[in-house]
Design a protein around this ligand. Structure first.
Ligand SMILES: Cc1ncc(COP(=O)(O)O)c(C=O)c1O
Length: 483
């Protein structure tokens, strides 16, 4: 497919602004460009075709099965989009006075209430725009909490299965990082943990269920170890889809929790947004929450800026409002059945696990939660086929690859999260494809090595693409197209 720049022809336009003969403002000479910018010159019909062709090549949850572990790519009900576009929400200006934004503030206040109930913790900030920003906010809250108590603590503990954002947030927040190992059952190794928690420990950052898709069976002991040392527990809520309405992080002993609204509570995410990473906390940490928070006085809702101990703002205005509308609509539509959402997510994952465990290695042989991790190390050992080969071949079957090579503790990891919104037929299609690929690894491994065969691009140098992206088109290097 040609680039839009390559389709450019001098003088072509997608539209023209009528000339009303108005006076043209004078720009200071030094601010003027010497030459007009070189932009693609294309007719509207060609732009529409170009963008449509790009969209046709893009794989999304609306295209097919998307079992990207840890990312919870579930169906986004379209009604939520309609509600998000209601004029009263869509056209609201962020500088609107509180009394002109009562509906929006009430929605945020109610959303805070539902989130507090889900986490089992009383106070919520909606500001952070992603899980990772929730992590950073949570760590800043820990810092403010300990500073207020004149306690010097400088270390945060994470699991060796932690998502990359956990250590990144710890470092960004200025803490030292200490990692705890996973034991043979996929739980935090309590002996290793006991040896690492001390009076310098500020807290733990943990996903439960973990990125292995396993619920930590020792979570109450873990909480006791940290609380006995005066430290706090932070819950990375990326895997909350497994436990909503069933167990609450606050009841497990966590003091600070983030939610990934875009995962658990449905947003059309992927490719960078939109996201929401609200944070819930215990009473003792509530005074430090980012300001403003949404408050209610009788029937009136307002943004409360009067919070002397607050860590300050972590995001512009009150947070990603469109995300709030969609998540709130989603929660209200499910109501108490949010529990069923998690139950079916767990059921679907266990169904896939049961049907795939003979074809691939299963490093931790337990019932899983909403996702599970297989290993392609059997295929590597016997046929030289890697997790990447399996992932690329899945594309030929019209399925988005699962997360691969994560968590790091599992060699040749394939992390699979089907979510609750997939019917049994789609799950069976996936099983058929995965089993067929395992057979192909034996019978025709070269087919896998060269996959994908049916996609517009084959194997990419993904590291180079990320580190040296080519973001400019140099018309000078293509004189025939210079406009
Ligand atoms: C376990 C885990 N923690 C944290 C995050 C970070 O969340 P976000 O992508 O919303 O920043 C992710 C995202 O994939 C995750 O899977």
């Amino acid at each position: 497919m040609k680039l839009i720049f390559e389709k450019s022809r001098a003088g072509r336009r997608a539209g023209r602004v009528p000339d009303y003969g108005l006076a043209k403002p004078e720009l200071p000479h030094e601010l003027r460009r010497a030459h007009p910018p070189r932009l693609p010159e294309v007719a509207e019909s060609e732009i529409v075709r170009h963008v449509t062709a790009l969209a046709d090549r893009t794989f999304g949850i609306d295209t097919g099965f998307y079992p990207l572990g840890s990312c919870t790519m579930k169906h986004n009900p379209r009604i939520n989009e309609r509600l998000g576009r209601l004029a009263g929400f869509r056209d609201l200006h962020p500088h609107q006075d509180d009394d002109g934004a009562q509906g929006a503030l009430e929605l945020m206040w109610r959303l805070q209430g539902i989130l507090a109930e889900v986490a089992g913790l009383p106070a919520v900030t909606l500001q952070p725009a992603a899980g990772s920003q929730g992590e950073l906010t949570g760590l800043m809250l820990m810092r403010a909490y300990f500073a207020d108590r004149d306690e010097e603590r400088d270390t945060i503990i994470t699991a060796d299965t932690a998502h990359g954002t956990n250590p990144a947030s710890v470092t960004m927040a200025g803490y030292k990082l200490e990692k705890v190992e996973t034991d043979g059952r996929g739980n935090l190794d309590l002996d290793d943990l006991r040896g690492k928690v001390n009076e310098r420990t500020a807290g733990l950052m943990l996903t439960n269920p973990s990125t292995l898709g396993l619920f930590d069976e020792g979570i109450e002991d873990v909480a006791r170890i940290f609380h006995d040392a005066g430290a706090l527990l932070y819950y990375d809520g990326a895997n909350l889809n497994a436990v909503v309405g069933i167990s609450r992080p606050g009841d497990m002993g966590f003091d600070i929790v983030h939610y990934n609204l875009h995962k658990t509570f449905s947003q059309p995410h992927g490719g960078g947004g939109p996201g929401g990473g609200p944070v819930a906390v215990r009473e003792t940490i509530e005074p430090y929450l980012p300001a403003p928070v949404v408050a209610r006085d009788g029937d009136v809702f307002r943004l409360d800026h009067d919070r002397p101990k607050s860590i300050g703002r972590v995001r512009g205005f009150a947070g990603p409002f469109g995300v709030f509308v969609r998540s709130y609509a989603y929660m209200r539509a499910y109501g108490p059945d949010l529990k069923e959402m998690s139950e079916v997510a767990v059921l679907n994952a266990n169904y896939l696990l049961a049907r795939l465990r003979d074809a691939y290695d299963l490093p931790y042989d337990r019932h899983c939660m909403h996702e599970f991790v297989l290993s392609a190390r059997n295929l590597k050992r016997e046929h030289g086929i890697t997790a990447l080969d399996v992932a690329k071949r899945l594309m030929d079957y019209g399925i988005h690859p699962p997360t691969v090579y994560f968590p790091l503790v599992v060699p040749e990891a394939l992390m699979i999260e089907p979510t609750e919104t997939e019917p049994k037929e789609r799950l069976d299609d996936f099983v058929d494809a995965m089993q067929a690929i395992a057979r192909e690894a034996t019978e025709s491994p070269e087919l896998l090595k060269e996959a994908p065969h049916g996609r517009p691009v084959r194997r990419l140098d993904e590291v180079r693409a990320a580190k040296q992206p080519i973001l400019r088109y140099h018309f000078d290097e293509h004189p025939a197209l210079v406009g």
